[in-house]
Design a protein around this ligand. Structure first.
Ligand SMILES: Cc1ncc(COP(=O)(O)O)c(C=O)c1O
Length: 377
């Protein structure tokens, strides 16, 4: 039995199904028009129902950020899985178990010694791992430069291991998160593409295979002008979007599918704050949208119907308390009596969602279903 929205226990994670479906089909069509594969990253959604919507019309290939996600989605029927966090030999046994359970699991690495040791571990486990070499296209998080000697050293180390198969290259243009607007994002997207194409060309010229050329972040997938030379994109947060993506220019206010339902638990007239039962654990302490907006705090306030209340935001977040302030003057206490409910739009959907075991899925603001999430590692 699904309850009415105002009867749900709070904090709760609300997911608007219509917006989710629109976001998924827009990205799906964009990739189909570009003629490349969509391998959505499920680190944001961590739910099988979302994976089905996101892969609809595509091969069913997915990207994950944990082996727990890989297991969960494999059990849900998704077999073609890219584990897109640097692989280490200590995880080889778990990866081999996934293969035995039916996964076509591809791994990534950016170090020749790791390749050597992973090859040995694979031999002991009597298995073989397909590998993508991670390229740093400017984000500075992981990966080697496309023009570096390291790229060829890693390829050679992979090639020397009969238990590893060089399957291609991948990158994530994380620095697109600091762009402002489509033009800047398009530049980063082009840098992401060029780095990968350069790396793939160098590998092929050196005689190595490079069938997969895999790029992607939401901003670059949304605003890239060319996908030439790429075989697939791996956007993830586009399924929900958030205030940060809105600030970057990857989505509009109508594309925000996720919000946190909270209850008003107090009026602190001395400090001019409305208190809610959604604090740091329910919203996260991510303040990424500060780069783009004033008065955004730990999230913007909406009424129960999801309509933004101008100027209201979660100004501070204690473990279980959120304190709502108005951009100017006192917050509207009468509009939000103690016991009433409201919604908060998160800065960063991936991090906020991580606190919840499931989504309360809404259609036309009516709770429709609960979708399970796979948290943990
Ligand atoms: C390796 C990798 N690929 C793809 C993505 C998806 O990017 P986004 O979250 O911008 O959709 C991420 C996100 O962090 C990532 O780490």
């Amino acid at each position: 039995m699904v309850q009415a929205l105002d009867q749900l226990e709070t904090p709760a994670l609300l997911l608007d199904k219509d917006i989710l479906e629109r976001n998924c089909s827009r990205m799906s069509q964009r990739m189909q028009q570009a003629g490349i594969a969509l391998r959505p990253h499920l680190k944001t959604a961590k739910a099988r129902e979302v994976a089905r919507l996101a892969t609809h019309g595509h091969s069913g290939a997915i990207t994950v950020s944990t082996l727990a996600e890989a297991r969960f989605f494999l059990e849900g029927g998704f077999t073609d899985i890219l584990y897109a966090v640097g692989m280490v030999p200590s995880k080889a046994k778990a990866a081999a178990e996934l293969q035995r359970a039916g996964a076509k699991l591809t791994l990534i690495l950016d170090d020749p010694r790791t390749a050597q040791e992973l090859g040995k571990a694979a031999a002991e486990l009597e298995t073989r791992f397909p590998i993508l070499i991670e390229i740093d296209s400017g984000g500075g998080r992981a990966g080697v430069a496309a023009g570096s000697q390291q790229l060829l050293d890693i390829a050679s180390a992979i090639h020397a291991q009969s238990t590893l198969e060089l399957a291609g290259v991948m990158t994530h243009a994380g620095h697109s998160y600091h762009c402002r607007g489509p033009a800047e994002i398009a530049e980063v997207a082009e840098a992401e593409r060029c780095a990968l194409v350069q790396a793939a060309d160098r590998l092929r010229q050196a005689g190595y295979p490079c069938p997969i050329v895999s790029a992607g972040s939401t901003p670059t997938a949304v605003h890239a002008v060319s996908f030439e030379g790429l075989t697939e994109m791996r956007p993830g947060v586009y399924v929900f979007n958030d205030l940060d993506q809105m600030g970057i220019g990857s989505c509009t206010p109508d594309d925000l599918a996720l919000s946190v339902l909270a209850t008003v638990i107090g009026h602190n007239r001395r400090s001019e704050r409305i208190l809610i039962d959604a604090g740091a654990l329910a919203l996260s302490k991510d303040v990424s949208a500060h780069e783009f907006f004033e008065h955004v705090g730990y999230g913007r306030v909406c009424d129960l119907s999801g309509k933004v209340v101008n100027g209201l935001y979660v100004e501070s977040a204690h473990q279980e308390h959120g304190l709502i302030a108005a951009a100017e003057g006192e917050p509207p206490y009468e509009a939000f009596p103690i016991g009433s409910k409201l919604r908060i739009l998160p800065n960063h959907a991936c991090i906020t969602a991580a606190a919840y075991t499931h989504y309360e899925v809404l259609q036309g603001n009516q709770p429709l279903a609960r979708w399970e999430r796979i948290n943990g590692w």
